[in-house]
Design a protein around this ligand. Structure first.
Ligand SMILES: [Zn+2]
Length: 141
């Protein structure tokens, strides 16, 4: 069966569908949590798409490396676009750490949008949201 919609009908339908969604669902839908693509090689764990994840979340590699090193308790380095961890870690372990970092240091604690930056104000690290204007203190690494 073929349904022909009048021009503008589809947009109207979309609009209706969106306005029926709770606000929170809408904002969360905008950001897709990146998935770390990792594999183990010898005694090391490689994350192939580290570079592209950093681009998506707009964070400096040094900051995330610091976090990862602390959380995972091992040395981490970057090689071009890759992240290399000393030791063997499952994809789940790697992704848990990435997700925690993104929740803490990327997504706004108020509106969950990723349009944020980390600012330093009087020695306090703040996660500032460009979307809703909220700023939340975050742990210094
Ligand atoms: Zn916000």
């Amino acid at each position: 069966m073929l349904i022909i919609m009048e021009q503008g009908e589809y947009e109207k339908l979309l609009e209706r569908a969106y306005s029926a969604l709770p606000k929170e669902a809408l904002t969360k839908e905008r950001f897709e949590m990146p998935v770390a693509d990792s594999f183990i090689q010898g005694q090391k764990t490689n994350v192939k798409n580290f570079g592209s994840i950093l681009k998506t979340i707009r964070r400096e590699p040094e900051h995330m490396l610091k976090y990862i090193t602390k959380e995972i308790g091992t040395q981490a380095t970057t090689q071009e676009d890759r992240l290399v961890l000393n030791g063997k870690f499952t994809s789940k372990q790697v992704n848990d750490i990435f997700t925690n970092y993104i929740r803490m240091y990327v997504l706004c604690h108020e509106c969950s949008r990723p349009d944020t930056k980390i600012a330093d104000e009087h020695g306090v690290k703040l996660l500032k949201c460009e979307a809703c204007g909220a700023s939340s203190p975050v742990k210094r690494l």
